[in-house]
Ligand binder design. Structure first.
Ligand SMILES: [Zn+2]
Length: 311
């Protein structure tokens, strides 16, 4: 059986998996990425993840045909240009070249958010579709666009930064240094910040350490006014951002992933209701909004899909 290695490099861990052509995960492993130590340490950890899966292989009947790797940052032809501040020294080098001593197999590198999109388009909810926009709502907001059946990231892969769509000129400062980006108002981090600000205003005494997306969701279900207000801001900003994307691209499907999207069916329903209000009818009438289906395996599956799309 032909197998693929899919690797998802993050700020905390490296997820790695052996995956067949149909997207079934045969083996899954996780190890620390060593992101804060040095570029060499991260490369070594990826290399060892590759070797580990290679050794686990049953050479009698299985053959690995390629390796895909998703990493934060801007990537052009396997070259890491930069933009991955949470990984030490992660700019100005060819990652596939750096891993040559660990494997003779073809290695393909792509931005991790793009690969989550490619994973959903190849093995998940967007399978068989040609025009899809993906958003991952978490600490930040990551995005990917599939247009005419192909990942689209602009000229020489510099774009698709959906999280840094400026949405509020008077808004909150964003990690990128600009003000009022979608990510600064509609990420899970922003939801928590909104909740804390509103709680203070409403005279609720809570400690910031106790607050996360799950806590606010529970309060939302119990009808707590502060949680309702915080979620209202979240839905308003996210829906307006999504409506803008629909007006430009008119995709078949918008896919929303990330932990908060799993809060319950109300999440997608609230967004769909508001998008119906804010997007142009002619642009949105064929667009559906759905939750991502691959969960925390999306990165590895997307990396495997990258190999398939290159073979
Ligand atoms: Zn930004």
């Amino acid at each position: 059986m032909d197998l693929l290695i899919g690797i998802d490099l993050g700020g905390t861990s490296i997820k790695s998996a052996l995956i067949d052509r149909e997207g079934n995960i045969i083996l899954h492993r996780e190890r620390p990425s060593g992101a804060k130590i040095s570029r060499e340490a991260i490369i070594q950890n990826i290399g060892e993840a590759i070797s580990e899966l290679n050794h686990a292989l049953d050479n009698q009947k299985d053959k690995i045909i390629g390796i895909g790797i998703g990493t934060p940052g801007v990537i052009e032809d396997n070259f890491i240009l930069g933009g991955a501040e949470n990984l030490a020294g992660w700019e100005g080098f060819n990652l596939a070249e750096a891993l040559k001593s660990y494997s003779d197999l073809p290695i393909y590198i792509e931005n991790d958010a793009n690969l989550m999109g490619l994973g959903e388009a190849t093995f998940g909810i967007a399978r068989g579709m040609t025009d899809v926009i993906f958003l991952t709502v978490g600490t930040g907001i990551g995005g990917a666009m599939l247009l005419n059946g192909k990942l689209y990231s602009g000229y020489r892969n510099r774009g698709s930064e959906i999280g840094h769509f400026p949405i509020n000129s008077e808004g909150r400062m964003c990690n990128c240094g600009m003000r009022g980006c979608l990510e600064a108002h509609a990420s899970t981090t922003a939801l928590i910040t909104d909740y804390l600000e509103l709680a203070e205003k409403n005279g609720i005494d809570i400690s910031a350490e106790d607050i996360n997306g799950k806590y606010i969701t529970e309060k939302y279900f119990s009808g707590e006014p502060t949680a309702l207000e915080a979620f209202n801001l979240h839905f308003e900003y996210l829906s307006r951002g999504i409506s803008g994307l629909i007006n430009v691209f008119s995709p078949q499907l918008i896919v929303i992933g990330g932990g908060i999207s799993e809060a319950g069916s109300f999440y997608i329903e609230e967004i769909a209701k508001r998008v119906d209000r804010y997007a142009l009818k002619s642009c949105s009438e064929l667009t559906k909004i759905e939750r991502a289906t691959l969960g925390n395996k999306a990165g590895c599956l997307g990396a495997a899909a990258l190999v398939l799309s290159n073979l």
